[in-house]
Design a protein around this ligand. Structure first.
Ligand SMILES: NC(=O)c1ccc[n+]([C@@H]2O[C@H](COP(=O)([O-])OP(=O)(O)OC[C@H]3O[C@@H](n4cnc5c(N)ncnc54)[C@H](OP(=O)(O)O)[C@@H]3O)[C@@H](O)[C@H]2O)c1
Length: 349
């Protein structure tokens, strides 16, 4: 099979994937009310007991008003419905509002003597760690298949041959380093506040990471690959950008970890520390995303490969959306939030 035929197939696949990703994001933005549950503060005589009754149907159960919303979730669908475990439930005060947090206490909700909680099924859940490990192990492994030119990729005469360009080997080291780092950070650095995420996300995320890894690796390791226009100078500059951004990204992850004592879900305002890489916190709310995008720009300059540039662009778009959301939450949650900060790009975005 000629390489341009494979290119067309990959391109068709990636276009299809883009369309699918777009439509699934769209469906996410229109949450559907699946079922209504209600939690009532019991009438005045009984208010002394501070009892809340959850009444989603036949399985009503009374719990204390000082209970957290996680307990309310358990009470909404007790033992009889084990598939509705609390992690897959979203309880809201407003059908279009934000989900209540597990640790929100019923008594302290901004409601009168009665409140209706709206229930939404978040779908089957899977642990964050499993998701991250699957997302990151895939690209690592897939890239290496192309690097070692295993059979059925580039044709028999290239099986297990090696590229003569140094930049191809360097790119493989950088790509592998990035994903090994992400795997180790997931296992040993991050302290997540949510234990789970919807199972369906893993298919979307893995298609994104694995698909792009294969698309990039196919071109970078192709026997007809040509090194970047400005040769060693371009590669050195790109490598410097990549290494600085990887160090920066790691430093921010460590700084975020230190904000949260082990086992807690505390959220604090992150500030620069003695580590100069964290000084970007002076200007942006999510410098880890800034450094992540920088790493991929470095990788794109190093390899001068279009799919890498597209991956950087798509990643940048996604991380900008998340960074804006996180920035808004910081402003809402902390009155003394530093005003100079932007979400992801200093002074701009
Ligand atoms: N290439 C791409 O397309 C792409 C896309 C996204 C992410 N990434 C990479 O994956 C990394 C992690 O992504 P992410 O979205 O999980 O990053 P994140 O939301 O910034 O979270 C990183 C960790 O820090 C914790 N954290 C964040 N803000 C905190 C605060 N104010 N106080 C205490 N803890 C806090 C988070 O806990 P919570 O569980 O509470 O959030 C999480 O454990 C990124 O930095 C980036 O390197 C890559």
């Amino acid at each position: 099979m000629k390489h341009y035929e494979i290119f067309s197939r990959w391109s068709v696949f990636m276009c299809f994937f883009g369309w699918w990703l777009f439509s699934s994001l769209k469906s996410y933005s229109n949450p559907v009310r699946c079922q209504v549950g209600a939690a009532h503060l019991v009438d005045e005589e009984r208010e002394a007991q501070r009892g809340w009754v959850t009444s989603p149907g036949p399985h009503s159960q009374e719990i204390g008003g000082d209970s957290g919303c996680e307990d309310a979730g358990e009470a909404v669908f007790p033992g009889q419905d084990p598939q509705w475990y609390p992690a897959r439930q979203s309880l809201r005060l407003d059908p279009k509002g934000k989900s209540l947090k597990d640790e929100d206490v019923l008594q302290k909700l901004p409601v009168g003597t009665t409140a209706t909680l709206y229930f939404r099924d978040l779908g089957a859940q899977i642990s964050w760690v499993t998701v991250f490990l699957t997302e990151y192990a895939g690209p690592l492994f897939i890239y290496l298949l192309f690097y070692f030119r295993v059979p059925f990729i580039y044709g028999h005469r290239y099986d297990f041959t090696s590229s003569r360009h140094t930049v191809v080997h360097l790119a493989c080291i950088c790509h592998s380093f990035h994903y090994v780092k992400r795997l180790l950070e997931t296992l040993f650095v991050h302290r997540f506040s949510h234990g789970t995420m919807p199972l369906r996300n893993i298919f979307k995320n893995c298609t994104y990471y694995w698909g792009f890894a294969a698309w990039m690796a196919y071109y970078i390791n192709h026997p007809l690959y040509t090194p970047p226009t400005y040769g060693a100078q371009q590669v050195k500059l790109a490598l410097a950008i990549f290494v600085i951004c990887q160090l920066g990204n790691f430093s921010i992850h460590m700084a975020l970890r230190d904000l949260r004592p082990a086992g807690s879900k505390t959220r604090k305002i992150p500030y620069p520390t003695k580590n100069p890489f964290t000084w970007l916190f002076l200007l942006v709310s999510c410098p880890n995303y800034t450094y992540e995008v920088g790493s991929w720009i470095g990788f794109a300059i190093m390899t001068q490969c279009l799919p890498v540039a597209l991956f950087s662009l798509v990643g940048f778009t996604q991380m900008t959306i998340w960074a804006k959301g996180k920035h808004r939450s910081y402003l809402k949650e902390f009155r003394d939030y530093p005003p100079l900060r932007m979400p992801i790009i200093p002074f701009l975005l």
